[in-house]
Ligand binder design. Structure first.
Ligand SMILES: [Zn+2]
Length: 312
């Protein structure tokens, strides 16, 4: 079930290191990272092509376009929080081709630069899980005979306990989705928070996480409060608008039935609270209000394309 993770009775609650958010709203900005083209069948699990090609048109290799979109939260006090870093450009050319990464340059750094920012301006990076298409952008672009190098020299990195453990000891089914060097690089910074509950000491009490195990164990989806309803970074629980429909899952999901139950719980909750979901992989839509059609199916209501600023 999708649930906020619980702090055990024997575990003291982590004290927030920052005060609750001020009354002024935070600004949310969708930042594009590197994009991918992946096999449409793998992205739509057990849905037949006759169905999914109505939603996203495949190319001659049966691949569909996918974004790796990050969410920048700029707080009134000046703190900048980045939700994920996308796939980045760390792959050597052979693997860049294999995984369909479209650009050789590091697109997220260009997106930050377009706002007058660099990776050194980011105070916190929140990682839903450590699959390479969510965390690869933490690394500098590939260069020959150069070891992997971590960017974001000032940022604290926030990741959930089980997602962290999984990255350190992957299962054979998803080992290829991790970057072997990344956990060691993150640990070595001394700026890593491994979250045990549903809040983060680094982020403070103003933010909480929804936990989801269906895609990968311990995925943490941050909820950002707002006067116009909350926003939840939907990660790989709901990678894009087409996956709002409950039975639609990815072939990459570890536990699809559990994922569907988690999706139902989250979307029912957000519908009741006028909530929105942020999509990292949708090629068109960055943010959508949760809605239901006449037949009770979850759909995207009011929607925002990227890149666009949204004040909460
Ligand atoms: Zn994933």
């Amino acid at each position: 079930m999708l649930r906020p993770t619980q702090t055990g009775p024997d575990r003291p609650a982590m004290p927030p290191t920052t005060p609750p958010p001020a009354a002024r709203p935070a600004t949310l900005t969708a930042l594009l990272g590197n994009s991918q083209r992946l096999d449409g069948g793998a992205m739509f699990g057990n849905a037949p092509k006759a169905l999914w090609q109505r939603w996203i048109t495949p190319d001659d290799h049966n691949r569909i376009p996918l974004a790796c979109r990050c969410l920048l939260i700029e707080e009134p006090g000046g703190r900048r929080i980045l939700c994920e870093a996308g796939i980045g450009a760390f792959f050597e050319p052979k693997y860049r081709e294999r995984f369909g990464v479209q650009e050789a340059e590091h697109v997220l750094l260009a997106s930050l630069a377009a706002r007058g920012l660099t990776d050194a301006d980011i105070d916190v990076v929140v990682l839903s899980h450590l699959h390479f298409d969510h965390a690869g952008g933490l690394l500098a672009a590939w260069a020959p005979d150069t070891p992997e190098r971590l960017l974001f020299p000032r940022a604290r990195f926030v990741v959930g306990r089980e997602a962290w453990d999984r990255a350190n000891a992957p299962h054979a089914r998803d080992r290829a989705s991790y970057i072997p060097a990344l956990p060691g690089l993150l640990s070595a910074t001394g700026r890593l928070e491994i979250v045990e509950g549903d809040t983060s000491a680094t982020l403070g009490a103003g933010y909480r996480f929804h936990r989801s195990d269906g895609h990968t164990p311990g995925q943490l989806l941050i909820e950002i409060p707002g006067a116009d309803g909350p926003v939840v970074f939907a990660g790989d629980l709901i990678p894009g608008a087409a996956w709002l429909h409950l039975p639609i899952t990815m072939g990459y999901d570890r536990f699809p039935e559990l994922l569907i139950d988690e999706k139902r719980a989250l979307l029912t909750d957000l519908l009741a609270r006028n909530g929105r979901v942020f999509f990292t992989h949708d090629p068109q839509i960055a943010l959508a209000r949760v809605a239901q059609d006449a037949r009770g199916r979850f759909t995207a209501g009011e929607a925002w394309a990227a890149p666009e600023e949204v004040s909460l």
